[in-house]
Design a protein around this ligand. Sequence first.
Ligand code: NAD
Length: 296
Amino acid sequence: MAEILFIGLGNMGGPMANNLVGAGHKVHVFDLSEAAVEKLVNAGAYSVPDLRSFDGSDVDAIITMLPSGKHVRSVYTSEQGLPDSFKAGVLNIDCSTIDVDSAREVGKTLEARGQLFVDAPVSGGTAAAQAGTLTFMVGGTAIAYEKAKVFLDVMGKNIFHAGATGNGQVAKICNNMLLGIHMIGTCEAFNLAEKLGLDAQTFFDISSTASGQNWSMTSYCPAPGPVESAPSNREYKPGFAAAMMLKDLRLAQEAAHAAKASTPLGAQAEALYALMEAAKKDDMDFSGIMKLIQGQ
Ligand code: NAD
């Protein structure tokens, strides 16, 4: 069994670290929230009270699950972050969703220190984190990927090697940009159908077997009724919050500008989810954009 340092024990990181403890690994945990640390210690993890003075010499892997690129950079590359006590070749796995440039920059810094790094953002929310069924999109060298897979297999079901460092983040933001776009399109279609006198179930029965079929419709229908498990049937309680979707759409737009890639629908999707934020509705599930389209 391996020795792991896990940093960032929030809604996602908490259950992920818990699954590593459950698999028999020795897991040291650090978070700015004492309550989050205490929960993991009660589950069998070891508290790290001060990151800088932590002795990492026996650690095989460092795993992070943090809010954004700024937090990830501060943990990996600032003077207040990780200590220098890790052995050569130690594996670093960042599972946070962050900007592509930060992921590549952190990877370069750690590789220059003789360490291994993968960016491994996830798809699947807190339920998948708890169940250990996340999808991981991994960027990094083949060697780093093979070593990381041992740990990712404990926390996830589908693990993909997307290529070089940063490509995990690329896969994640491109996928979520597409998800945001087809969710909005699906809302528009259901709203128009209803306004023209076609009820949601009948439109669903037709379109889900015709060429308009897509995941937002068949697995997560934003119109209440057709898909029983969808957040639309529980007043758009998340699920995957609109605020999280907006974060990913902003990351996609930043990357698109840097790469000079044309993403007009991605830009529109960002603007529409920003309206949900302005209306203070961004704590709803992202399919709650249906309400905005309906003018509610
Ligand atoms: P969260 O806010 O619940 O947790 C983040 C944790 O990081 C908090 O406990 C916070 O105290 C801790 N933290 C912040 N800065 C720190 C630092 N410098 N050192 C130590 N701990 C620090 O967020 P979350 O929902 O768990 O999301 C984490 C990441 O996963 C994000 O990048 C998010 O985009 C991504 N993600 C979330 C979901 C979801 O459904 N929640 C789904 C997919 C991906």
